[in-house]
Ligand binder design. Structure first.
Ligand SMILES: Nc1nc2c(ncn2[C@@H]2O[C@H](COP(=O)(O)OP(=O)(O)OP(=O)(O)O)[C@@H](O)[C@H]2O)c(=O)[nH]1
Ligand SMILES: [Mg+2]
Length: 313
């Protein structure tokens, strides 16, 4: 029993003298520390485990406006600008089968239990869209073209519960806007269709449903949901024809017809060889629903979209 200084000296002498115990404890600590750290972080963040709903759609469709509305549980004047990065917010729906889900409910105050999920806002601008498609690939567990590494099927895969594709129903009467929107939707649906093919053997990943949210129903120029659907189907048919023709014209030799045919089939959305595309052709792999609504102004609001999301969680 010496002074504190001597105790420190004894301790240092003990730890610094080569001894098997100190050596083994040291090695074990060095080897286990990274695992413990990873475990602590993964557990603490909760982000590794929450189901996700991905918001996609062209720029100006209203994705950020929707996230803001749902996050604040009510309309409040908000300024939105072009989204630059992928951004997630944590939301919750009540697990109460007795009444319809309502995004205005404050679940922290209520007694009922709630299911939490992440709503992921993405940039819709053409130049920034890569980030959105990357996130879709990652969440869907589909490797991107440049990423052949099987490891990319991260833990995030299978956390994707649904995709909400926002479209500006008031702008869809314009042919350019319709083409741009349909081209984006084509890419999204193709990823989800390919995803079903990635399962080994009979174990297919669960299919991810898509809601085409026809936004801005408050504007008198807005197309009704039935027209949004038929316009999109017609445009998707056209895109499919153009793309398959481009693939055939791209100088794939006739001797490779079999190989080329297989490649073409991979990039073909819906029933192979059909002339007209319909969302119905996807029903085995991706269930698509078109519902109208609006985030600002007078109209049906977002209640039906919220109920759709709640149903898919
Ligand atoms: N009239 C009307 N305008 C809306 C509605 N929803 C959104 N807007 C407006 O549409 C504009 C674009 O909305 P954002 O939410 O920024 O669009 P975004 O999809 O996030 O666009 P990016 O971030 O560029 O991909 C904003 O000025 C909104 O106020 C709606 O239901 N009706
Ligand atoms: Mg935005």
């Amino acid at each position: 029993m010496g002074s504190p200084l001597e105790q420190v000296k004894d301790f240092l002498e003990f730890t610094l003298t080569p001894s098997p115990i100190v050596f083994i404890v040291g090695i074990a600590f060095v080897l286990l520390f990274p695992f413990l750290l990873h475990w602590a972080i993964a557990r603490g963040s909760g982000y590794a485990t929450l189901p996700s709903v991905l918001l996609l759609g062209p720029s100006g469709a209203g994705k950020t406006s929707l996230v803001t509305l749902l996050e604040r549980r009510g309309p409040r004047p908000s300024q939105t600008h072009t989204t630059q990065v992928v951004h997630s917010v944590e939301l919750a729906v009540a697990d109460d089968p007795s009444k319809p889900p309502n995004y205005r409910d404050d679940l922290d105050q209520s007694e009922s239990t709630a299911s939490k999920f992440l709503l992921v806002d993405t940039p819709g601008h053409g130049k920034l869209r890569g980030a959105a498609l990357d996130r879709l690939h990652r969440l869907a567990g589909v490797a991107t073209a440049g990423d052949k590494n099987k490891k990319s099927k991260s833990k995030e895969a299978s956390k994707l519960k649904a995709v909400v594709f926002l479209a500006d129903a008031a702008a869809l009467a314009d042919q350019d806007e319709l083409s741009a929107t349909a081209a984006y939707l084509y890419d999204v649906l193709l990823v989800l269709q390919k995803r079903i093919g990635t399962g080994t053997g009979s174990r297919h990943p669960a299919s991810v449903p898509v809601l085409v949210a026809a936004n801005k129903a408050d504007l008198f120029t807005a197309l009704p949901p039935a027209l949004v659907k038929s316009h999109l189907e017609a445009e998707l048919s056209r895109i499919r024809r153009t793309r398959s023709k481009a693939l055939l014209d791209s100088g794939v030799g006739t001797e490779d017809v079999d190989a080329a045919g297989a490649g073409e089939q991979d990039d073909w959305l819906g029933e192979f060889g059909t002339d007209k595309f319909t969302f119905d052709q996807l029903k085995e792999v991706v269930e698509v629903e078109v519902i109208g609504g609006n985030i600002v102004g007078e109209g049906p609001g977002v209640d039906k979209w919220w109920a759709w999301i709640a149903d898919k969680l």
